[in-house]
Write a protein that binds this ligand. Structure first.
Ligand code: NDP
Length: 252
């Protein structure tokens, strides 16, 4: 079996696992944050848990870039966009989390760590080693341009919504409040919507199968969780929850 064939078997298996995870998460919300439940092992402080889960994504992608030795403009653009999200997610976001936030069980941290290691391998190895190199003209291709606009829009929505959620808790508080205004009037989890839009943009701008599988996995992780958030909000704040959707305005 050639390296490419082995790669595509792994990618297909990873996509299948994403579908399975989607079905499981529809029944059982991942046990962290407001859905935390006992029985999932020791609980790590959220800041260290997030950094521990996410570091393989920025480090792995940088390693594949270095190993591939492709220093062309398109490869650099792919790296810069990926790292813009993941350097923030692994090394900045964890330290912005409010001290009152819930911890993350070890089982969830290990699952996140494994996901990020495999996902950064699938994207990095493909873009910087296995795929045919992209000509510089790709930077002017409508798919790259439109995908980058979508990616940056999703990133802005994700960062802004995460900031708004953090701001709901004053120092020393651990309670939840109903976020208001902007996209929060339309969906319960605009931060998840932004994240999903971002990786759809990534799939388009790289025009790659691993990019598409990553977008599928992001939906598989975040759509059931947004639905669980909405259910929780309706039970906890029946008067204030309104008619907002879970993830996609007017649809889901
Ligand atoms: P949540 O929206 O559940 O929580 C984000 C932070 O805000 C937590 O610290 C949470 O505290 C706090 N918070 C949320 N809602 C409220 C509220 N109503 N009142 C007060 N504080 C609140 O997001 P996640 O923790 O699930 O995800 C964090 C980031 O990681 C997001 O940007 C998400 O898109 C991304 N992510 C990406 C995934 C992927 O597959 N690509 C998978 C999972 C997350 P507490 O912890 O106490 O609830």
């Amino acid at each position: 079996m050639s390296e490419r064939e082995a790669y595509f078997w792994l990618l297909g298996g990873f996509a299948g696992l994403g579908v399975l995870v989607f079905c499981l998460l529809l029944r059982f919300a991942a046990p962290y944050g407001r859905h935390a439940r006992p029985g999932w092992g020791p609980v790590l402080p959220p800041r260290w848990a997030w950094a521990a889960m996410e570091w393989p994504a920025p480090v792995g992608m940088a390693a594949w870039f270095a190993l591939g030795g492709r220093l062309d403009a398109v490869s650099v653009a792919f790296l810069v966009l990926w790292e813009t999200h993941y350097v923030h997610r692994a090394f900045v976001y964890p330290f912005l989390i409010r001290p009152g936030s819930h911890g993350v069980p070890l089982a969830v941290v290990l699952a996140g760590l494994a996901f990020n290691a495999v996902n950064s391998y699938l994207n990095g190895c493909w873009l910087f080693t296995l795929s045919d190199p992209c000509p510089a003209s790709w930077l002017g291709d409508p798919r790259f341009v439109a995908g980058t606009v979508v990616f940056v829009t999703g990133l802005a929505v994700n960062w802004h919504a995460d900031h708004r959620l953090r701001s709901l808790r004053g120092p020393g508080r651990t309670d939840y409040r109903v976020p208001r205004g902007g996209l929060f009037e339309l969906v319960v989890a605009p931060n998840y919507l932004g994240e999903w839009v971002e990786w759809v943009g990534w799939a388009v701008l790289t025009w790659s199968w691993p990019g598409a599988v990553f977008a599928l996995w992001t939906f598989a992780n975040l759509a059931p969780r947004a639905v669980a958030h909405r259910r929780w909000l309706r039970e906890r704040f029946p008067e204030e929850s309104g008619n907002r959707k879970a993830l996609i305005p007017f649809l889901l």
